[in-house]
Ligand binder design. Sequence first.
Ligand SMILES: C[S@@+](CC[C@H](N)C(=O)[O-])C[C@H]1O[C@@H](n2cnc3c(N)ncnc32)[C@H](O)[C@@H]1O
Ligand code: SF4
Length: 395
Amino acid sequence: MHLKEQIQSRHRDEIAERFPNLTPVLRIDSDNGLALDGSSTAGWQAAQPRPKMLQDYSATAATQALIENNLAWANGEAEKLGFAFAYFMLPTVCNQRCFGCFMGQDKHRLPPQLVGAFPSPMEISEVCGFLRDHGAKAVVYGGGGELFTWKGAFDFVEAVRSHGLRTVIFTNGTLLNREDVNRLNALDATLIISLRDSVETLHNAAVGRNGFVASIQTIDYAIEAGFHSSDRLAVEIPVTRSNEQRVLSDFLPAMRVMGIVPLIEEYILLSTSPEEQLRCHSFRESRAFFRKLRQKDESFGISWQVKFGQRIIAQPQCQRPLYSFAVFPNGDIMDCPSHSVRYGNIKQQRLRDIIYSPKFKSALKNFSVCACSVFFTECDSDIPQELPERLGCTI
Ligand SMILES: C[S@@+](CC[C@H](N)C(=O)[O-])C[C@H]1O[C@@H](n2cnc3c(N)ncnc32)[C@H](O)[C@@H]1O
Ligand code: SF4
């Protein structure tokens, strides 16, 4: 055997030993380390033509029904509101420093609205009780950093479960071991594990730490535990001008073959410096990117529509304030994690009174899509006329 073949064979053995569940979609090379690899997926066809949706989080037909009910309530035509979930925005710190993190963690700070205390058992109980009474199945951890830097993380997930709800967890995955993943599986949690690139050296440069191998390891443990078979595993990747080619040729195919929900989303420009903003797609680039994404999925037999306002693969434009709300550390109840409309404060009023209020009603009636990120437009004339200053670079 030639030296090159020997090295390749050693690499294949290393992968098979360490990542037995992800072996078909991984490669190692001497220059760039470990990487997701879409090349072995040629000719692969999905069993279902519809993209997989993530339990408790993806917008589906059921979400649309909730939206219609809530708008009817705002017009006095329905008695009761319905919710899919609520975000708990926790004051957690982070162990990574990702380039352009919209939570400001790369700049060693939490946004001011995320500074404060963790929710008390009474607050968790009130929010979960309200959600259950309104048809919700889950709470979403939407904190300012990494949930598992907090020693109370598992107690929180367990408390939510004891109130009859599940937890959807955004995590970089680096602090979880096999036992932790199995514990989360027993609690029926959903994991959204984030990557910044499909290649180890590039991902590590983007997160400011050697995190890639640990994140991939956690994805492997989650597959071993079967999260993907019950639609409770997604891998999220913010798309930039730098990584889009690998997202198309390696990330998306690898996710489809493994049955993991690919949460490919445009890079959001909040808390970003001018230099960080330069990596963001322009509206035209975003348009071309979504079309290529769609073509790639079609080659696997998976189809979805791309529509105005879309920011995430196979998901409609963001309408989360119409079927969820967010709880902040100071007790504020807000429309969404990006913190724009305040309905009231749970430390001063009952949650039920905050939600069944003229303020909430008026927010539903006046809802409009926020330009919090670059999103899909059909043509240049669809680009919103008025954009926040930070989006100037995206035209
Ligand atoms: C703020 S993080 C918190 C949870 C955890 N630390 C993580 O990275 O998964 C929540 C999600 O936001 C994503 N995110 C952070 N900055 C982003 C940006 N500028 N654009 C799009 N998504 C971003 C992350 O990749 C992650 O999936
Ligand atoms: S791991 Fe999450 S919270 Fe931490 S810096 Fe990266 S995106 Fe931000």
